[in-house]
Design a protein around this ligand. Structure first.
Ligand code: CTP
Ligand code: MG
Length: 388
């Protein structure tokens, strides 16, 4: 006899403001659904997991589950297709389990990726008492009930109120019977079907962290929770040589000299790459694009930036800002500043307000002061996933 987690993931997430269904949105680089699957699969109590998905989402589902470690992915059954309401989706999942050895089922919203192992244990352990156990939290706000006119009708006693969550755990036969008996009755959770049939539901302690991602604000808060702020810097120097222009931040600037370099010699973009590589522990630009490699001859440095940003994204990271200081007697960049900022914004995906661009001479001191070359320093702030 087994304990199976049923994850309902067939909704459209219309309130969440994400580009697609919210369960496939990424939080710190990982989809919400993969996080929910992971959180359930990692519990020794859970023998198998069945996801209920939307008919249009099979490709998204197949992509998302690749994020779940192989050893945990083994617990996944072939997903089933849900319905137009949450209740119909749960029903589809329960019917798919009807002929299996499922003894206890945990019904969980894909949109709650933050449940802990302890919570799973609490609901599973409480099932034998009445056949139904749900996570519940005392209210911190006072709750009011409205009348037909939309004014306050009354104030229920807060001590008697609970906010409930998923996973809700049930004896399989009990909840399947309740769903079958109550197909015409709309509810937002499964325990209420048991209540309506006169059954008893045990509350166990819920978790404040176990939020249901519903609005764009929920996503913003969750992203902050899962990531931390990192700073990293990059530095690059190139000497002047023959030529009629220098390339800085991807912008070609006419000059009486050129840059001695294998690529286009864009010190700003090279320093930017090194800052990003530094933040993710990915070595330096020379390791990724060796100057000895002929394929990078005269290469536009925007290629290097695109690569650095791709690696950053693969790690679930994102740039917050980038602040550039150019040290050079010549050329003066004033006229080109706007174009350079535009160019950096396009390459990094940052808003222009998050890009700093300053230039200074070195008061004729040292090699830069003698006009032998130029230097760029870039300081970046980034958000990167915390350790799981
Ligand atoms: N759900 C489902 N099938 C539906 C509706 C909802 O499987 N027809 C799932 C959602 O995918 C979600 C959970 O039920 O994991 C809780 O529902 P909710 O938070 O309301 O998600 P959505 O219905 O997707 O969002 P919205 O109501 O904002 O459109
Ligand atoms: Mg909904």
């Amino acid at each position: 006899m087994s304990i199976i987690a049923l994850i309902v993931a067939a909704g459209r997430g219309e309130r969440a403001g994400q580009p697609g269904p919210k369960q496939y949105a990424r939080l710190a680089g990982e989809t919400v659904l993969a996080r929910s699957i992971h959180a359930l699969a990692i519990s020794k109590r859970i023998d198998a997991i069945l996801c209920v998905i939307h008919a249009d989402d099979r490709a998204l589902y197949d992509e998302a589950i690749k994020e779940v470690p192989q050893r945990l992915r083994k617990k996944l059954r072939t997903p089933v297709i849900g319905g137009t309401t949450r209740q119909q989706s749960v029903m589809a999942g329960l019917e798919a389990l009807a002929e299996t050895d499922c003894e206890t089922v945990l019904i969980h919203d894909a949109a709650r990726p933050f449940l802990s192992k302890k919570l799973i244990e609490r609901v599973v352990d409480a099932v034998p008492t009445t056949g139904a156990a749900i996570p519940a939290l005392p209210m911190t706000d006072t709750i009011k009930e409205l009348d037909a006119a939309g004014t306050i009708a009354k104030t229920p006693d807060r001590a008697q109120l609970r906010a409930v969550q998923t996973p809700q755990a049930f004896t399989f036969k009990l909840i399947l019977g309740a769903h079958r008996a109550m197909v015409d009755r709309e509810t937002t959770d499964d325990a209420s079907l048991i209540e309506a049939l006169g059954g008893r539901v045990m509350p166990v302690e819920g978790e404040r962290d176990n939020i249901k991602l519903t609005t764009p604000e929920d996503f913003a808060v969750a992203e902050l929770k899962l990531t931390e702020t990192i700073s990293a810097m990059g530095y690059d120097v190139h000497a002047f040589g023959d030529g009629d222009h220098v390339t800085l931040a991807g912008v070609k600037i006419p000059h009486t000299r050129g840059i001695l370099a294998h690529s286009d010699g864009d010190v700003i973009l090279h320093a930017l790459c090194d800052a990003i590589f530094g933040a993710i522990g990915a070595g330096d630009i020379g390791q990724h694009f060796p100057p000895s490699d002929p394929q990078w001859k005269d290469a536009p440095s925007s290629t290097f930036v695109a690569h650095a940003i791709k690696l950053l994204k693969e790690q679930g990271g994102a740039l917050v800002n980038c602040d550039v200081t150019l040290l050079a007697e010549e050329p003066r960049i004033g006229k080109h500043r706007e174009a350079m900022i535009e160019s950096l914004a396009t390459m990094t995906g940052l808003k222009k307000e998050r890009i700093g661009l300053k230039a200074t001479t070195t008061e004729k001191l040292g090699a830069i002061g003698r006009g032998e070359g130029l230097v760029a320093q870039v300081l970046c702030t980034l958000r990167l996933p915390r350790e799981r």
